[in-house]
Write a protein that binds this ligand. Sequence first.
Ligand code: SF4
Length: 911
Amino acid sequence: MSDALRFTLDGRVVLARDGETVLDVATREGTYIPTLCFDPRLAPFGACRACLVGVQGARGPVAACTTPVREGMVVDTRDPVAFRVGRGVVELVLSDFPEAALARDDDRGELRAVARHFGLEASRWQGARHADAPDDRHPYLKLKLDECIVCGRCVRACDEIQGTFALTYTGRGFETRIAPGIGQGFTDSACVSCGACASACPTGAIDEAPFREAARVDRVVGTTCGYCGVGCRLDIAVRDERIVSSEPALDGPSNHGHTCLKGRFAHGFVLSPERLTHPLIREGDGFRKASWDEALTLVATRLLAIRDAHGPDAIAALSSSRGTNEDNYAMQKLLRAVIGTHNVDNCSRVCHSPSSAGLIRSLGHSGGTNSYDDIEGARALLIAGANATEGHPVLGARLKQRVLAGAKLVVIDPRRVELARYADVFLQLRPGTNVAVFHGLAHVVMRDGLFDKDFLAARVDDVDTYRAFLADYSPARVEEISGVPAHLLERAAHLYGEHAPAGIYYGLGVTEQSQGVAGVRALVNLATITGNLGRDGAGVNPLRGQNNVQGGSDMGALPTTLTMYQPVTDAAVRARFEARWGVTLKAERGLMIPEMFDAAIAGKLKAMYAFGEDIAQTDPNTGHVVKALRALEFFVVQELFLSETAKLAHVVLPGASFLEKEGTFTNAERRIQKVNPVVAPPGEARTDFEIILDLAARMGRPLGFATPAEAMAEVASLTPALAGVSHERLGRKGLQWPVPEVTHPGTTVLYRERFETASGRAQLARTPWQPPGEAADEMFPMILVTGRQLAHYNAGTMTRHTGNAVLHPTDCVEVNPQDAEFLGIAEGDEVEVASRRGSVRTFAHLTDRSACGEVFLSFHFPEVLTNLLTSGNSDAYTRCPEYKISAVRVTKVADGAGRMPAWNPGIHPGA
Ligand code: SF4
């Protein structure tokens, strides 16, 4: 250990680092010191005095959690005075703690462990006791204040981990209580239901219902969350083959002991009675149950017959960004090696394909340049088109904490998202003007000398041409285009340009535009000219949407590339795969998702296999999608529930969720992490990997691997950037690609030495701003922006079957109060939202989060079917849809009888 201090702990000489506390070192050395107010995720508090120890030469016992180690210090954790005082303190705590709760035999009570340490089963002191009624209104969080010892861990967890400040202290002395807001419960407070308070509580006063009901556990399985691209590590407790709790892993490399309400609580869908439990075959307008043998034989026979009659390109598959890497590798191999087509795509097409294309063209790799931990080293943060505290809540909380700790923040978004409240500068641009605003920022950086001259000279091509190109993007012109005041644009450029290292984080508000690739590349330009690449605390980082949208594409579930973006048009690449797979691969790329729909309607595409994606709900212009799916001769869907898409299938195959399968996910910081089965799939449902392997074998060409680990070994053998990856190496921390050798530790920051472009230098894109595909007009005078809400994920397939649906029961359209007044709409009114494609009914929520002339609608509920409204406009290069801009009109439904269901206000942070 470098810079080591030597001190004596219970008679042993031990080493410590400067800044460590006595408790830190004792814990590392395996010496138990009782604590109550301490939590390793929180700043030391030193309030409870349970951790008192003796220190030679000190006047009395000291708190181990707040006492830093000094050279030569002599510490005695068994000091009799410290023990006596600590015991007295704990006895006083017990004097107001219910005896029944102390006697309860469960795994939830740190207080019980502390009491045992001091040999206490009860308190000698008898006095007034609290007798608070439990608050059970929240679907997950239960409040039993008579078990609260006011240690403050929950309040500090809400402040220091989540940054929501929903919990507070009320009263004084004996009347001091913890409360989610004054006079409120969890369900009517600002609480975002992340559960940080419950995981911090040492007594179970704040606890989760299922855990309390079955507190003893049979096993705890470490795995990776299957909702968003943050990739939180979870420790999931199981009793009697049922999940009883999901705790954030303290050593989770991406979440550091935190989760949001999805990873933490939204596991109830596993036991939903609506889960698919056996294969289904269409019969008339409905389905009949079938055996696996019958269903898979039918699928194999029909696909082979269609291939033989119409050629392999008459078949296409939609692989799953929710599936594992190994599922995706197997699916693309099924299409390429068994069927013989490159017609395979995944939902990155409709979310982050512009990130992939843009990052590759500018820098070389299709991945975020840095790690989440770099947030803590950033002096400034620029967040564009991302509602991180709802879409990627754990990362959003980290961003918020960094800003609270002093980093500068620029937020660029048409909508006043929660993080905008924390911003030094909020650029509320008109939808569809990202590219102009990003070029405008670069204009100011160049004009005012905020660029990194040495970096540009050493590592960037064509700087002078780029500088000349920016002349068209003066702040005044950008103001005309975007509505962003010139002085705010200038201020934002200075904040970003003067505070290196500065990190850029962006989301679907940048990519889901008709200029998606141009937007990504314009953001990369900003990082490039300021030298914010190849260094800690900086970078350009896409917030990937679904849990494995990075990995699905990395595994080659794309019509243009094999694993890790190796082009199918490259003969050398094809030769390597052909040799390993024993097949000949086509030299031309396959169909992208929108092209698949067009080909189906044109009668060229005859069969489709959709796995884990509800395209009839989530893809744009849903009417067109449904028409395409109805036009197919044969349609197979592999799903958890009978989704809107599955209802259109000829065969439905019941698959497994992330809690029921093995493999790996790759998160948005390129970290490949292990996924482990927590429980078995329900009924006859099988893992997706097994289903695809079985089908390939029935089609006469087994895939050549039997387990996910073997599949990953094959990937490693064919993919230089993943050559050092294996399941055995992943452990609890995973590996961040590139991992070129088996001894390579993974790559936290890309491009430290060179860029992976042909010249080895960064490329500055010069794409002019163009107006979006659709504009408001007299018929459709408002612009609809779509996006996600905190409680749900994407199609809501899983979250709608959990208690999250209680917290957030429906999609509602956000309308600015000024617009609402003009339109005669009141809060909760039933309204119709119509575009050129169709109309939907929902309820109005009045908030100035949306600007005048703009409305916002999420797309989690099939009852609303938001994507009936969105257009077929897309990015020219990637075909990523322009979800973020649709011209609509909103009208109050005159005979609207429906009423907006109640929701938890915390579910809309910042609203
Ligand atoms: Fe973490 Fe995302 Fe899962 Fe929430 S949904 S627990 S932020 S991975």
